[in-house]
Design a protein around this ligand. Structure first.
Ligand code: ATR
Length: 278
């Protein structure tokens, strides 16, 4: 019997994770099976128990269960504990190990795949929900010159500033607080792109931007990436690279083998795109 893994979420049908992990498994000759697992919104724990009953070895966790996965884990990495969100579970005998590989996935995509250093750069992170919270610590560990967190509801950005200031230079506010400032890297961590919307954003913010990065992805460039392009951002990227990189980190946690990400990113980018889902 192959070892069993899955991505659990709701909705989940359009997830690319089964494709990614199946390609990783083929590439590294791992005897495993990975599938998409739909959990009822009100029965995450029950669905995980059932998966464990089938001798499941590990799960990726996506919207809206990352907080519940954090609560379920009996052992947490520092980054998962600080993010208070878990996207990777590994079942080790009686222990449930929880990690969050989203941030390291983003950092690797920006620095290695796109070749843009984060250290000493001015970074603007738009959004203050779970997706933003999961990437702040790994970004700060790269020692940017500044991390500005802008959110429609500025109180939430200020709460994150308070929480993360011990790890680096963090400022927070409404996007309009930063409209006269230059940022090298602008990251959209809001869920606006999922609805085909654009967070309110002054185009001039992109005047000196090297990279505009949308953590979401979809059929077409998102409205955020459109605005960035036409407002002068030198380069634009969607979240496909981050998705594959976070998957590779999870795969490593489960199998202790590092798959190559480049061929998988290239394949996903060339394939018929699917709707906007993590
Ligand atoms: P996720 O886990 O995807 O981050 P979330 O925790 O619900 O989801 O957070 C969604 C984030 O996207 C929030 O920062 C939200 O802003 P508010 O805190 O003001 O609600 C942001 N967001 C969603 N739709 C948006 C829109 N149309 N414009 C601007 N920000 C938006």
């Amino acid at each position: 019997m192959p070892d069993l893994y899955a991505v659990i979420g709701n909705p989940i049908a359009h997830s690319k994770s089964p494709t990614i992990h199946t390609l990783f498994a083929q590439q590294t000759h791992q005897h495993m099976q990975y599938y998409a697992l739909l959990s009822p919104l009100d029965n995450f724990r029950g669905t995980v128990s059932e998966f464990l009953g089938q001798n499941g070895k590990g799960l990726n966790v996506t919207v809206p269960f990352k907080l519940e996965a954090y609560q379920l884990a009996t052992q947490l990495t520092e980054r998962a504990s600080i993010a208070q969100a878990v996207n990777t579970l590994r079942f080790d005998n009686d222990a449930i190990f929880g990690d969050n590989t989203d941030g390291v996935g983003l950092v690797k995509d920006i620095e290695i795949n796109l070749g843009i250093p984060i250290t000493h750069q001015r970074i603007l992170l738009i959004g203050a929900g779970g997706a933003a919270q999961g990437v702040i610590l790994p970004l700060l560990q790269k020692q940017p010159a500044l991390l500005a967190i802008a959110n429609r509801t500025s109180d939430k950005a200020h709460a994150l500033q308070q929480k993360f200031s011990v790890y680096g230079d963090v400022v927070a506010g409404d996007i309009m607080n930063f409209s006269d400032q230059d940022f090298h890297i602008v990251i959209n961590a809001t869920s606006a792109s999922l609805q085909g919307e654009l967070p309110e954003l002054p185009g001039k913010i992109f005047t000196h931007t090297i990279l505009a990065y949308d953590m979401m992805y979809g059929r077409e460039p998102t409205p955020f990436l459109h605005l960035a392009k036409y407002s002068g951002a030198q380069q634009q990227a969607d979240g496909i690279g981050m998705l594959v990189e976070q998957a590779a980190e999870s795969f490593f946690l489960w199998r202790n083998v590092r798959p190559q990400t480049q061929p998988v990113i290239a394949l996903l980018k060339s394939h018929t795109p699917s709707p906007l889902t993590p």
